[in-house]
Design a protein around this ligand. Structure first.
Ligand SMILES: CSC[C@H]1O[C@H](OP(=O)(O)O)[C@H](O)[C@@H]1O
Ligand SMILES: Nc1ncnc2[nH]cnc12
Length: 293
């Protein structure tokens, strides 16, 4: 099936708006899961529709544990998004990813524990596959765009998600390194899981801001250091978005080869006659494609 691209952008720390877009309008979207982090910026560029949501709100008043990830993903789906790209500040767990570099990850480890992680549950159970949690097509488009924007880009890598809001202890940081993780952040889980449940292809660019606290030479991460690097990199991130969108201009969107857009076809397990009407009503945007009679 082909349709128009509608690119959703989840902006992380330091990225609260994108300028240089046409027909900009901030629009409030309500969801059955509560309020998203902020209004969503509806805009266009080169004929492609863009929907931008600052993950922590424009005032950065939401901590990673307080972000309503379900509402954010649901709202982006309601806003018509076909794909979601996250731009996130991350710490580096490996020497070869210095601050300033971009890592386009292909795997996640979820160590968060205080968040709603599924749209499904009692009354309508589903188990989606997360073996390949990232949309390879979107990740490639994002990596190409970031390179053209002048970033040093690493393709592939594992993002370790911690609950926060505190940064890690040195022992934890060393442990994550031993696990082979590449970058660390506090937000991409359960975001990526929920995007998959909503049948939305998801990719993330980790913008490295620090070496966490494991490095012998570089000092321990703090917010000032993160913001300092981010401010230097935010323009590159915005330019990446503009180049990515431009690369789609004039093309028709086809579903990708990973089957993400139809993955609920093989995920629902509660028999239709036993599904709860109340939960089904809340799933109208996320799973309407498979739940509509
Ligand atoms: C301000 S440093 C910690 C903060 O930054 C990252 O957020 P995001 O992924 O939204 O850029 C990290 O995950 C923490 O939430
Ligand atoms: N070192 C770090 N740990 C967790 N989240 C981060 N965001 C940016 N740097 C981080």
């Amino acid at each position: 099936m082909s349709k128009d691209w509608v690119i959703g952008i989840l902006g992380g720390s330091g990225l609260y708006d994108i300028d240089g877009l046409d027909n900009r309008e901030w629009i409030e979207i309500d969801t059955p899961w509560g309020k998203p982090s902020d209004q969503i910026l509806f805009a266009e560029l080169d004929g492609i529709k863009l929907r931008f949501l600052p993950r922590h709100g424009r005032a950065h008043a939401l901590s990673p544990s307080d972000v309503n990830y379900r509402a954010n993903i649901d709202a982006l789906k309601r806003a018509g998004c076909t794909d979601i790209l996250s731009l996130s500040a991350v710490g580096s767990l490996q020497e070869q990813y210095p601050p300033g570099d971009f890592v386009v990850v292909d795997q996640f480890i979820d160590r968060t524990f205080k968040r709603e992680k599924s749209f499904f549950g009692a009354g309508c159970v589903a188990h989606v596959s997360l073996a390949d949690p990232v949309c390879e097509r979107l990740a490639e488009l994002a990596a190409n765009a970031a390179e053209q924007a002048g970033a040093t880009v690493h393709r592939g890598g594992t993002y370790l998600a911690i609950e926060g809001p505190q940064f890690s202890t040195r022992a934890e940081s060393q442990l994550y390194r031993q696990w082979g993780c590449d970058i660390i952040g506090m937000t991409n889980m359960p975001e990526a899981k929920l995007a998959r449940e909503a049948e939305l292809p998801y990719a993330t660019i980790g913008m490295v801001t620090d070496y966490d606290c494991w490095h012998d030479v570089h000092g321990n991460v703090d917010v000032a250091a993160v913001i300092e690097v981010l401010l230097r990199n935010a323009d590159k991130a915005r330019e990446t978005v503009r180049i990515l969108v431009n690369s789609l201009s004039g093309t028709e969107r086809e579903n990708g080869p990973q089957g993400i857009e139809t993955n609920l076809d093989v995920a629902l397990i509660t028999s239709p006659e036993n599904r709860e009407a109340k939960l089904l009503a809340k799933l109208d945007a996320v799973a309407g494609r498979v739940l509509k009679a």
